[in-house]
Design a binder for this molecule. Structure first.
Ligand SMILES: Nc1ncnc2c1ncn2[C@@H]1O[C@H](COP(=O)(O)OP(=O)(O)O)[C@@H](O)[C@H]1O
Ligand SMILES: [Mg+2]
Length: 296
């Protein structure tokens, strides 16, 4: 979904903010981006949102090379992104409902859809009964939840959040990340910049560390190298034994890998206990008497 290929960004004043960054983020991933102040985290996100343009290298989003994107196409790119800012950026003249509705009206949604969708997303972030309140009447955590609702309301494929917990209490920070993980579990790709290491530890997600404009670590690569050719089912089965079958989808490959893992585990003494009934192979499945099998 998001690809960086040797991306560098030097600002006009000569600051090298990003230096030869290459990485891949899949659809549906949750990624923390961490690093010291000035490391290049915000620049990384701004390049994805096309608020900044790389000095060299290529960024591809959903198969579209950003270097080929025309200026008039940028709003279409952004339509697929929900953006959450550290300072919320809510409009204080408008109540909570209108702050969220504003994002929908901006992309031309009709008022019937707005009336249905806004309460739905406000409910999702736990603020349905604050719809008529002004942002200034809410706590920091609540304001950030409004901005999350606004980021979500157009059903984006990617949520980009730059230090979303930077201006709220630590207890509420947890709540915001929890919400982001829930949103992620519904299929949205989520990128979160934070420097709260406590949060990163608590939520067991991919962590990309940027230092002086370079990616110095990426937990996805440390856990299992998924680059071309590096991922081999049988190696994985060898390392993880039977647990492989718990996470892999049902497929012929799975069946084969499972068999391989049994072979391997019998050599390595891993904990595979053959099931007696499976072993003799000929037992047809038995159903309780009250189960009616309807042929198709
Ligand atoms: N618009 C800009 N013009 C010049 N330098 C910038 C600009 N934005 C960021 N920088 C510099 O680029 C480096 C990386 O900044 P940034 O991406 O904001 O880091 P982070 O978000 O990790 O704190 C810093 O040295 C910063 O001062
Ligand atoms: Mg920043």
């Amino acid at each position: 979904m998001i690809d960086f290929e040797n991306v560098s960004k030097t600002y006009p004043n000569g600051t090298h903010a990003l230096n030869n960054v290459s990485l891949h983020i899949d659809k549906g991933e949750f990624v923390f981006i961490v690093g010291a102040s000035g490391a290049g985290k915000s620049t990384f996100l701004k390049l994805i949102m096309r608020e900044e343009i790389p000095t060299s290298g290529e960024i591809t989003i959903n198969g579209n090379k950003l270097s080929k994107l025309k200026k008039r196409d940028v709003p279409y790119l952004r339509r697929h992104m929900g953006i959450v800012f550290q300072d919320f950026r809510l409009i204080d003249k408008m109540n909570v409902f209108d702050n969220v509705a504003f994002a929908m009206r901006a992309v031309g949604e009709n008022s019937a859809t707005v009336k249905k969708r806004v309460p739905y997303v406000l409910d999702l972030v736990g603020l349905k009964d604050k719809m008529k309140d002004k942002p200034s009447e809410l706590s920091g955590g609540e304001q950030q939840r409004v901005s999350l609702a606004r980021a979500l309301v157009n059903n984006p494929e990617i949520i980009v959040a730059d230090e979303p917990t930077g201006n709220i209490d630590p207890e509420l920070s947890h709540e915001i990340i929890e919400l982001l993980t829930q949103i992620n579990s519904m299929g949205t790709t989520v990128l979160v910049v934070t420097h709260e290491h406590e949060l990163v530890r608590e939520f067991n997600q991919r962590v990309i560390t940027i230092d002086k404009g370079r990616v110095v670590s990426d937990s996805a690569e440390e856990l299992v190298d998924v680059s071309e050719g590096a991922f081999d089912d049988s190696d994985y089965a060898e390392e993880y034994g039977d647990s492989y079958s718990d996470i892999a989808p049902d497929s012929p490959e799975q069946v084969q890998a499972e068999e391989e893992s049994r072979d391997i585990s019998s050599h390595s003494g891993a904990h595979y206990a053959p099931d007696e009934e499976d072993e003799d192979g000929s037992e047809p499945p038995r159903y309780p008497d009250n189960v009616v099998i309807i042929p198709d």
